[in-house]
Design a protein around this ligand. Structure first.
Ligand SMILES: Nc1ncnc2c1ncn2[C@@H]1O[C@H](COP(=O)(O)OP(=O)(O)OP(=O)(O)O)[C@@H](O)[C@H]1O
Length: 621
């Protein structure tokens, strides 16, 4: 799908700009017409003023030229201002469209590109802006008036005009060849620069690990190697561009020499006046300049195609649903996963394979309860949560909320109804209030405080001198991991969503905070459907149902009372217990897929599912 190319974005971008380009072309026509005045002036000065001592003619010509120069200045200014408007429009419209893609594309599409390649896509906007509104655009525009200069050259100095007719295709060939060579070098340079920048992005993201492990000795040579490769390619590209630029200059000189020599013979034969020779030389320079310039700017012109193909394939990817046209009633929160199959990598085995889960209704209202998903690392638990929240779209099967396929709902609706706490907590720069209210921007202060209290965040926030106005710092890094997790839980709770999806929500919490959160969420589960990935018995013992996942398949599921003993745990853990254990699910414990490859399978070696007591601090309850 990503390879499909859709050029509608180019149409959308250019359509409002067409009248503006029309204006630029009109002003360029006048600028180029006025440019004809200079060679004509020079010809008149040589042929009339000098030869006929025509001082009055000179004054008249000078006055005329003064007017021409004033007009030329005004027109060029007007043209530059129009192009600035074009640049602004491209920056605003294309930048906005690209940003919209970044935040509205399906999650797995965003994950497919590295951070550095996303940055590079934003730099592509600069390329398009420069090509359509910078010197390249002006050169292309001026080259349209090539015929005007050639016609005047034929009019005043026909033999010289023929030299230009012969020289022009040679210049065009050099320009094309130079562009082709430079384009190939630029593509390679770009991919090497993205590889280098990806390393920088990784180092910045993992800066603490880099320092803790003293990785500079490993990373410095790696970065230098990638930097050197990018620089080397840049030098190659520069050398190729310089070679063709030098060739263009030599050809320009050669053309001038040829024009002057043949022109001189014509002057001697009295087929041409001296003024006409000089004027034709000037016209020749004016005619060849845009062609040479196009050669120099070919990198921009050539990369325009490459960039537009890159953006086209990005713009071809369908966005997540933004609207569904219905004002839907907030669901109760019954969740059904039907035959869901999903693969991160379509060439590899599916990450989730034909999954069926029904979150049973426990409350009188028909929803609610806490439902756990357990399984080994890499068994697909987080992926399943992302499918349930609608972040990943299954290749087959569907997820239903209250019997309705979630595919019909917009991202915004799902975000309102499903509070999600991912495994890796990420906050954004800004105040804690801002971070907590992100999902529900119109949330009142009371809503924010209620959610923070429920998540166990209010106490530490209240102790800060800035309170809820405390700046979380870039990615929330001014907070401790546990504080970040509490704020993330509060963010999921704001707006009282009917469904909560929690991916190891207490892995950074201290024992007391973990116990407090359990108590509060157990209460909340009476009205809210909570789906939780956890390894901790204290949480599992509060659950209504448990599904055991292995290698992307449900290997056992049912009431917690039935599943927990199989996991090696008998009896419920006290809600307030700090002596919670964790299920240690070993590979041997997991099921052999049944021969049919579908449906629940029998668990084997249940005895190897052990519970590990957690550290009990003295004085614990
Ligand atoms: N963004 C991704 N791109 C490619 N593969 C991925 C991606 N995310 C996860 N995977 C793969 O999908 C499989 C399931 O990953 P997932 O994170 O769902 O496992 P998990 O059960 O939550 O593991 P854990 O207990 O370690 O959190 C793993 O093999 C992992 O390598």
């Amino acid at each position: 799908m990503a390879n499909t190319v859709s050029r509608t974005w180019i149409r959308d971008l250019l359509r409002p700009l067409l009248p503006v380009f029309g204006e630029v072309a009109l002003w360029s026509l006048f600028v180029n017409l006025l440019a004809l005045a200079v060679p004509v002036f020079v010809m008149q000065v040589y042929d009339r003023v000098i030869f006929h001592n025509g001082l009055n003619t000179l004054v008249a010509l000078l006055l005329g030229m003064l007017l021409v120069l004033i007009f030329d200045f005004v027109l060029r200014q007007a043209r530059a201002r129009i192009l600035q408007r074009v640049a602004l429009r491209i920056d605003a419209d294309l930048g906005r469209a690209l940003f919209g893609r970044l935040v509205r594309l399906p999650l797995h599409q965003v994950e497919r590109r590295s951070t550095a390649s996303w940055h590079a896509l934003f730099r592509d906007v600069d390329t398009i802006r420069n090509a359509l509104s910078g010197s390249t655009a002006l050169t292309l525009c001026d080259s349209l008036f090539f015929i005007l200069f050639l016609a005047l050259t034929f009019f005043i100095a026909q033999p010289i005009a023929w030299i230009l007719v012969v020289a022009t295709p040679v210049f065009a060939l050099v320009a094309w060849r130079s562009g082709h060579v430079v384009k190939l070098s630029s593509e390679r340079e770009r991919s090497l620069a993205v590889a280098r920048d990806t390393l920088v992005a990784e180092i910045i993201a993992g800066r603490a690990t880099v320092q803790a492990l003293a990785l500079e000795q490993t990373l410095q040579p790696l970065w230098e190697e990638r930097h050197a490769a990018a620089l080397g390619q840049s030098i190659c590209r520069g050398a190729a561009a310089d070679r063709y630029a030098a060739l263009g200059s030599s050809l320009t000189l050669l053309t001038t020499v040829a024009m002057t020599a043949i022109g001189a013979l014509c002057v001697l034969d009295q087929k041409l006046t001296l003024g006409a020779l000089i004027a034709a030389n000037m016209l020749g320079g004016r005619l060849i300049a845009p062609i040479t310039q196009i050669g120099l700017n070919w990198r921009t012109i050539a990369s325009l195609r490459e960039v537009s193909e890159r953006l086209s394939s990005l713009f071809a990817v369908p966005l997540q649903r933004q609207e569904n046209g219905l004002v839907s009633v907030t669901p109760l929160g019954r969740i059904t996963v039907e035959h869901v199959t999903f693969a991160h990598d379509i060439a590899a085995a599916p990450t989730l394979d034909t999954l069926d889960i029904s979150i049973p209704a426990v409350a009188a209202a028909g929803a609610g309860g806490m439902h756990a998903i357990v399984g080994r690392n890499g068994s697909g638990k987080s992926t399943l949560l992302k499918i349930i929240t609608g972040l990943y779209q299954p290749a087959n099967g569907r997820v239903l909320i209250d019997g309705s396929d979630i595919a019909q709902y917009s991202r915004r609706q799902l975000a309102r109804w499903i509070g999600y706490v991912p495994q890796e907590t990420v906050l954004f720069a800004g105040t804690l209030r801002h971070n907590i209210a992100l999902r529900v921007p119109e949330a009142s202060d009371d809503d924010v405080i209620r959610a923070a209290t429920l998540a166990g965040a209010h106490a530490f926030i209240a102790l800060r001198p800035e309170g809820y106005a405390t700046d979380a710092g870039e990615a929330g890094l001014r907070l401790s991991a546990g504080q970040r997790q509490r704020v993330a839980i509060a963010r999921a709770l704001v707006g009282e969503p009917p469904i909560l999806v929690l991916d190891e929500p207490s892995n950074a919490l201290d024992t007391q905070a973990d116990a407090d959160l359990r108590v509060r969420l157990a209460e909340l589960a009476k009205t809210t459907t909570i789906i939780i990935v956890t390894h901790h018995l204290a949480w599992l013992s509060l659950c209504t149902s448990i599904a055991v996942l292995d290698q992307g398949r449900i290997v056992d599921s049912g009431d917690a009372a039935t599943i927990l003993p199989k996991l090696g745990h008998r009896g419920r853990t006290d809600l307030h217990s700090r002596a919670a254990g964790s299920v240690n699910v070993t590979p041997q414990s997991y099921a052999r897929p049944n021969p049919a490859g579908r449906g629940p399978v029998e668990l084997v070696k249940m005895g190897s599912l052990v519970t590990t007591p957690r550290h009990t601090p003295s004085g614990g309850r």
